[in-house]
Write a protein that binds this ligand. Structure first.
Ligand code: SF4
Length: 535
């Protein structure tokens, strides 16, 4: 039996990817002296499995059962969900087809679909039938979309480390009894000086059944010193990013521990900007040089910092860069300046070329481009698409998509992190016409992109012209239990045709189901049943 039970889902549907934030929180809860189990892959949990998990984990000592909203479907409270595909974020009605696909598959009637339909009450009643004193808590970055969940005792907003411990200390009597609002947000950036991020590790337990082919997520630093106008991340514009950078020995121990216990060598580095400083990269390089194994990783990079500090480029290769995402957003210089990414396009493109020359084809370079930024017209977007189509373009996978602004005056955006565009859209020339409209912006400027709809159409028209190079070492696909797919060294040595033939021969949704049933739920349930025999 556990003090805390946390449910979460795969961070990318139909791949075996752990919900990092929940495991980070669970590690912090355990570090503070409470027992905690994470139940992953909620999109596979049917009601009977859910009940049995709770029967085997909830006891008189249980203080809280939590549900992470991060990977639940996008929805508006009170409305039918726009998409049921777990892991999807902010999608629109056009995703109805995917919704149907999921509803007509084996994923119908799971914990995730119950929440998405707004009828999780019967699910949420069950833990309290076992222990009426425990608290039901929702956390994660979509709580605003699930505020109509009537039986939820508390919603915890944002980074939950310190607030969760405050709640548990009060419930357990370890700390002073405190009264908490239904929405708990008193330290939603987790910056109260009661813990030190630099000393924190995210640890997995014998209940997680981590397998070597999985890529685990890891934060080396938390927060970003930049402040791009379209960026809704909560910890941007931070002056003290050094105070949220892991100590070298802590990072080394975390990587070693994951390797020794689970055979882990693949990572998603979740830092908002992995290459913030040369000193940070040097620290990570020192760590990777000292390990008795090689890691490979995915991360977010800023190309302008690579232009200013070109010495970072070979450092990244040496430490094990495999895939990266550059949020370039635009090659229109004036639009770039308007969003806080003002380096001129020529220098950005030269730097991308240097990256490709140094990294070769073993590193997949991905980048996104936004349609609808101030001053940028459809002609400029067409030029970007033409660049992305060039046979020797250093960007392997480019996406062109419309600008998302959430109307900061709409009630749905309460308890949601907002970008500068979201909060002050009028100052940036955007408006929302019509009552209840919270995503469909309009603008009047010198460009031909005057609304979200136009941006969507221009983005769609150009995006389809951009071919995406096949990346045969994709971490997501390699996470599944398949003898060839999970072997990145083997798939990377295949021809594109061989790899595509392999992908086309696999039903990924079915493989995901089989993977998590065989590698996770079966051993987990056996272990929990075994534990209970000895109680
Ligand atoms: S877009 Fe990236 S660089 Fe800009 S503020 Fe957000 S996290 Fe920082």
């Amino acid at each position: 039996m556990f003090n805390v039970i946390l449910f979460t889902d795969t961070a990318e549907f139909a791949t075996k990817t752990r919900g990092y934030g929940t495991h980070r929180l669970a590690s912090h809860i355990r570090h503070n002296g409470y027992s905690c189990i994470v139940i992953d892959f909620a999109s596979v949990i049917d009601y009977n499995t859910y009940k049995e998990i709770l029967d085997l984990t909830v006891g008189p000592e249980t203080l809280m059962v939590g549900y992470a909203t991060n990977w639940m479907p996008f929805r508006l409270p009170g409305e039918e969900p726009h998409t049921m595909e777990p892991g999807r974020n902010g999608r629109r009605k056009s995703d109805a087809e995917q919704f149907d696909q999921l509803e007509n598959s084996r994923y119908k009637g799971t914990l995730v679909t119950a929440f998405a339909h707004g009828d999780a009450d019967v699910w949420m009643e069950y833990p309290k039938s076992l222990n009426p004193k425990l608290k039901l808590v929702l956390g994660g970055n979509k709580i605003n979309m699930y505020l109509d969940s009537k039986l939820t005792d508390h919603f915890i907003m944002g980074y939950a480390e310190t607030m969760t411990i405050d709640l548990l200390d009060s419930l357990s009597g370890k700390g002073k009894k405190r009264l908490f609002n239904r929405i708990i947000d008193h330290d939603h950036k987790a910056q109260a000086p009661v813990w030190d991020f630099r000393e924190s590790k995210t640890t997995y337990t014998e209940y997680d059944f981590i397998t070597p082919q999985e890529a685990l997520s890891l934060e080396i630093g938390r927060g970003c010193r930049f402040k791009c106008t379209y960026c809704p991340y909560p910890l941007i514009g931070m002056k003290n990013v050094e105070d949220y950078l892991k100590y070298e020995n802590v990072l080394r121990e975390e990587l070693l521990d994951n390797y020794n216990r689970w055979g882990t060598t693949r990572y998603y580095f979740m830092d908002d900007t992995f290459n913030d400083t040369v000193e940070k990269l040097q620290m990570v390089l020192n760590v990777t040089r000292s390990l008795p194994f090689k890691i490979s990783f995915w991360c977010y990079l800023r190309v302008d910092l690579l232009a200013i500090h070109p010495e970072m480029i070979p450092m990244l290769k040496e430490m094990g860069l495999a895939q990266c995402y550059f949020g370039i957003e635009t090659f229109h210089d004036k639009a770039g300046r308007a969003i806080g990414k003002g380096m001129n396009a020529k220098r950005k493109k030269e730097t991308l070329k240097k990256c490709k020359e140094c990294w070769g084809d073993s590193v997949s370079i991905q980048s996104g481009f936004i349609v609808g930024l101030p001053f940028e017209s459809s002609d400029s977007i067409a030029e970007t698409a033409a660049y992305l189509r060039e046979p020797d373009c250093p960007i392997d996978i480019g996406w062109i998509f419309p600008l998302n602004i959430a109307n900061g005056d709409h009630p749905i955006t309460n308890h949601m992190y907002l970008s500068e565009f979201d909060r002050n859209y009028k100052e940036h020339g955007y408006r929302f016409d019509g009552e209840g409209n919270f995503l469909e912006w309009s603008k009047t400027d010198d460009t031909d992109i005057d609304s979200f709809k136009t941006a969507e159409a221009v983005a769609g028209k150009n995006d389809v012209t951009v071919s995406k190079r096949i990346y045969k070492g994709d971490f997501y696909k390699a996470s599944l239990n398949h003898p060839i797919l999970s072997n990145r060294e083997l798939t990377m040595s295949m021809t594109d045709q061989e790899y595509m033939d392999l992908i086309n021969s696999i039903d990924q949704s079915e493989l995901f189901y089989e993977t998590v049933m065989e590698q996770y739920f079966k051993p987990l349930m056996n272990k929990l049943r075994e534990n209970n025999k000895h109680v």
